[in-house]
Design a protein around this ligand. Structure first.
Ligand code: CA
Length: 237
């Protein structure tokens, strides 16, 4: 019996396209404050993404360090390359732009509400700093829809470490096999959830991760399909 559904955040509830626009606007604001209109924001953004991905790849499954520090370090690496300064309140700019440009998947709200109508616990398990995820969910107007929000900051480790998943299960008061985890990253989300005994669902709208589908119990192309999976699993009992 499935009693809880947990979601990853970036790429699962909010779109990667919106996240890219957000990050491009962070870079634009950083360059504006540095007075560097000579630099191409898209080029700087691409380099920032590369530095940031490199740092986060190394942190997968490792003990939590503040994401604000990792993101700021990535920006500083690029800034040093071009000789500009990263503003003191870089993180404030980041939170502000995420609130402004973050974009929910069109069926996210409907899916969450439908799952709650079935009487399920609906939560988030995310590699995030607490202040970031709280502000972001409030800006999207969906903060109050969730029964629990579990971050790497709460758990002390990044996915796919078992700790964030186990803490979420504890908070919901459900056994692993009673919980579904929905994410867009086969290695971090599917593997992490399955390792603690949860049922894993991959959101892969354009089927671009087909070579890694084997890591996941289910693959869906849109969030609303999660409803059918839950109903199917609960009907079989
Ligand atoms: Ca994700």
């Amino acid at each position: 019996m499935i009693r809880a559904v947990f979601f990853d955040f970036v790429g699962t509830l909010i779109t990667k396209a919106g996240e890219n626009i957000t990050h491009q606007n962070i870079v634009r604001e950083v360059l504006r404050r540095a007075g560097r209109s000579d630099l191409d924001p898209i080029k700087i953004w691409a380099e920032y993404e590369e530095e940031s991905s490199k740092l986060f790849r190394e942190l997968a499954g490792k003990p939590y360090v503040k994401i604000r520090d990792v993101d700021t370090e990535a920006m500083k690496k690029v800034a040093d390359r071009y000789g500009f300064t990263v503003p003191e309140d870089f993180w404030g700019i980041s939170i502000e732009m995420h609130a402004k440009y973050g974009e929910l998947f069109p069926d996210a709200r409907e899916t969450i509400k439908a799952l709650k109508d079935l009487g399920l616990h609906v939560g988030i398990v995310t590699d995030s700093d607490n202040d970031y995820i709280g502000a972001h969910l409030k800006a999207l107007g969906i903060y109050d829809l969730f029964d629990s929000i579990t971050t790497s900051e709460d758990a002390g480790f990044y996915k796919p470490h078992p700790k964030p998943f186990q803490l979420a299960l504890e908070r919901a008061g459900v056994k692993p096999e009673e919980a579904l985890y929905v994410g867009d990253n086969p290695s971090k989300d599917c593997v992490g959830a399955k390792n603690v005994g949860m049922v894993s669902v991959l959101l892969d709208p354009d089927a671009s991760k087909q070579s890694l589908w084997g890591n996941c119990d289910f693959v869906v192309s849109k969030l609303l399909d999660v409803l059918d999976i839950v109903k199917g699993l609960n009907e079989d009992l």
